[in-house]
Design a protein around this ligand. Sequence first.
Ligand code: AMP
Length: 328
Amino acid sequence: MEKRVLSGIRATGRLHLGNYLGAVKGMLALQRDSEYETLYMIADLHTMTTPYDRKTLTSMAREVVMDYLSCGLDPEKSVVFVQSDVADLHAQLAFYLSTVVSVARMRHLPTFKDKVKQYPKHVTMALLNYPLLMAADILIYKASKVPVGIDQEPHLEVAREVARKMNAQYGMDFPEPTRFVTEGEYVPSLMGEGKMSKSVEGSYITLTDDLATIKKRLAVAPTDSGKGDKVPSTGGVANLLALIELFEGRKRRREYEEQYVTDGIQYKDLKDELAGAISRELEPIQKRRKELEADPKYVDQVIREGAEKARLIARKTVAEVREKMGLG
Ligand code: AMP
């Protein structure tokens, strides 16, 4: 059997550098690898696990499709599809998988606890089930590699546990999926604390930001006096240096670290240079994006064909699980 890859991004807004470096770059690397059949999804059902706007859900999903294609996901090589187009199969499998997982296991996941803190009034069953739906997304394609950021590791652990249990109890042949790691597996926030995230205003740079916007966003990133005995390992300066490394390489980071303990860093120069490097990487993506915006029929076709291809594989797995679990 050809090895499969599955990854997805929620339809919660335009993609940011965290999504790009943590997930999309890995998706592109595996798309180039002929050993793998790659399936890339827009996780709009997962979007519904936290408060969302029903008026924009469909258009948001479409935005992510266009971001995917602009970044280089190629429908000739990868199946690009919207999760809700195969909701009947993914949600069905998630239910079957839920029979082998305890409530306590789900409640103790750090990702669940974080979301409970973030949305104390929206602690729903959908939120508790998030990791099971994700396990279903992966296992329904029997995917063995999952290019996602490090924040998703606890969910992958659940997917592996579920795969093991389904294999042991029902004789399934699910692979135990592992994370495909990229250099940008953790892209820090511009605010100096935590990771870059769509839900934290000021923390991110989106793939559609132009140079002026990138400069504006970086301008408010916290810094210090620029000089000291020891280069900070956490906070705003550490995060800026992490971004320098991601966009300009380790050597450039070392030069700045050296500068910090000698002459001192001029943050205006550092930020201008970083903005330029980010903008150069984003320019071709933005150019492609403009072309796609002018060709809605093509985007429709990608979404339609993606759903058909995904469905063919997903249907087989669901039929197999039903049979093995006694549903005939
Ligand atoms: P989400 O927007 O939560 O659906 O995340 C989509 C993908 O982007 C997942 O693979 C995440 O792990 C990844 N991701 C999100 N934020 C970051 C970040 N700050 N650094 C690295 N990867 C990230």
